[in-house]
Design a protein around this ligand. Sequence first.
Ligand SMILES: NC(=O)c1ccc[n+]([C@@H]2O[C@H](COP(=O)([O-])OP(=O)(O)OC[C@H]3O[C@@H](n4cnc5c(N)ncnc54)[C@H](OP(=O)(O)O)[C@@H]3O)[C@@H](O)[C@H]2O)c1
Length: 337
Amino acid sequence: MRLFLIGFGTVGQSLITLLHQRADDLQARYGFAPSLVGVYTRSQGLLYAPDGLDLAQLQACAAHYAQYEGPHLHDFQPNVDRTLRDGGYDVLIEASATDLQTGQPATDRIERALTSRKHVVTVNKGPIALYYPRLRELAREHGVHLRYEGTVMAGTPSMALALEGLAAARIRGLRGILNGTTNYMLTQMEQESLSYEQALAQAQALGYAEADPTADVDGWDAAGKASILSAALFGVPRSPQAMSVSGIRHLSAADLAEARAQGRRYKLVVRLTPEGGQVQAEALPLSDPLAGVMGGLNAITLETDLLGEVTLIGSGAGGTSTATAILNDLLAIHRAV
Ligand SMILES: NC(=O)c1ccc[n+]([C@@H]2O[C@H](COP(=O)([O-])OP(=O)(O)OC[C@H]3O[C@@H](n4cnc5c(N)ncnc54)[C@H](OP(=O)(O)O)[C@@H]3O)[C@@H](O)[C@H]2O)c1
C-alpha cells in the first residue's frame, strides 16, 4: 500500500513515528507493509520518492524537507491536483488544517483522489462535516474506501463502534463530550476554582487550546463533529451552522460550584438525533456517565434500540491518538482489498 500524506504537523509527524516504530509489528501481525511515497504541505511543497521515503530520516528532519537526504524529488510549487490524479499512490491521507466554513482545499483534493480511484483516509473534519454524502457517493462510484475515524474522538473508535460494532442495532440518538479543551477547562474551573480566563490560559499553556480558542470555547469544533456524526450515523447532512450552538464563555467557577452543590456538573454536551442537533453547556446529573468524564477526555453515549445506552470514553485529541485512528483506517482498507 503506497501512501500519500497531505499535512505534516502534529498528526502527520506522529503518523510517521507510528509507522516507523510499528513497522515490524504491523508486518508480523497483519502482513501490512505500507510505504510512504509522498508528503505535501502548503509551505514546504512536495517531497516524493516512488520507491518510498525513508521514515527514520523523515522523522528526523520533521518539517524541514531540505534536510532530507537520499533519492527523492522536492518541488516547492507542485501541481497538487496533477499529483493526486497521476501520482503513484494507493491511499491519500488528508491531515492538513481543518476549515469548517468551506472544507477547502481538502475537499477538492479528496474528490480528486477518489475520482482517480484512490482510497482516502481523512482526519480533517471540514470535508466530512460539510460534504460527506457527495464524497461517499464518489467513493462508491469509483469502488474505493473513504474512512474518517479520526475526525471524531481521534483514536478512540467512535465510528467503528457506531457503524461496525453496533451495526445490528438502531442508534436513535446520542449525547457526547466531543471537545477535550472545554472539558479540561470545566474540570479545572470546578476542581481548582479557576476563573474562565485562568482555565483558558492554562489550556493554552499546555497546548490544548489554540491561540484563537473560538472554535473550542464557542462550541464550533464540537458542532463540526456533530455534523459528521449526523451524516455518518443518521444519513442526515446537517452543517454546524444549521444547529443550535453555544459554548462555555458565560460560565464561572461559581456557576460550577452551585451546580455541584445540587449534584450536577457542567459539561459542553452535543445532543443529536435524526431530527436535530445542538451543542450547549448543560448541568448534567452526576448519575449520567458523561458527568464523570474529566480533564481532556471525550465520551459518547449512543442510545440504541437493542442494547440501551452504550458509552465510550477515551482520548479525543493528540498526535499519537489521531495517528492511531489513521493507522486503524489503513488496516481496515488493507483487510478489505
Ligand atoms: N491534533 C489533534 O489532536 C487532532 C485531532 C483530530 C483531528 N485533527 C485534525 O487533523 C488535522 C491536522 O491536525 P494537526 O494537529 O496535525 O495540525 P497542525 O500541527 O497545525 O498541522 C497542519 C498541517 O497542515 C498543513 N497545511 C495547512 N494548510 C494546508 C494546505 N492548504 N495545503 C496543504 N497543507 C496544509 C500545514 O503545513 P504548513 O505548515 O506548511 O502550512 C501542517 O503541516 C486537522 O485537520 C485537525 O483538525 C487533529
